[in-house]
Design a protein around this ligand. Structure first.
Ligand code: CMP
Length: 136
């Protein structure tokens, strides 16, 4: 049985602003992820609020939504065997200072807020997040 999965990745404003989007896409491809769809957009704050609704009770929610909508992002559907977990491992810890060698956040993350990439945390959320950006 195949366990090819799709997951949703976002290259966040701090990385796009530093023109790192192509570099990060290359990192994904070199790691064996296929980029099935991608789009560069700037989100409205209300869209960011919807996207991060699971965090709405957290103290950082408002700043998080302001930040995600502060500049262009690149949203991508990534495909690979076990891509949800694989992407989370490849991104590294949420806080770049805790991220392991070879991870995207170790290489490019600036802070826990400006941590360069987002990735779905479960297969179920990957479906929801892919639909959020790519449902026709
Ligand atoms: P992300 O994987 O996109 O999911 C939610 C984001 O909230 C997370 O990355 C961080 O950038 C941001 N964030 C800010 N503060 C915190 C915190 N204390 N704990 C977890 N995430 C945080």
């Amino acid at each position: 049985m195949s366990n090819i999965e799709q997951t949703l990745s976002i290259i966040k404003p701090d990385a796009v602003e530093r023109n790192l989007d192509n570099e990060i896409k290359e990192m994904f491809k070199n790691k064996g992820f296929k980029i099935i769809k991608e789009k560069k957009i700037q989100m409205a704050k209300s869209d960011a609020e919807q996207f991060y609704k699971v965090h709405e009770t957290k103290p950082f929610y408002n700043d998080l939504c302001t930040y995600l909508s502060s500049g262009p992002i690149v949203a991508m559907i990534l495909e690979k065997k076990n891509s949800v977990l694989g992407n989370r491992e490849f991104m590294g810890a949420t806080n770049p200072k805790d991220a392991g060698e070879g991870t995207i956040r170790k290489k490019y993350g600036i802070s826990i807020d400006k941590n360069s990439v987002h990735g779905s945390d479960s297969i179920e959320n990957a479906k929801i997040e892919i639909d959020f950006f790519f449902k026709d």
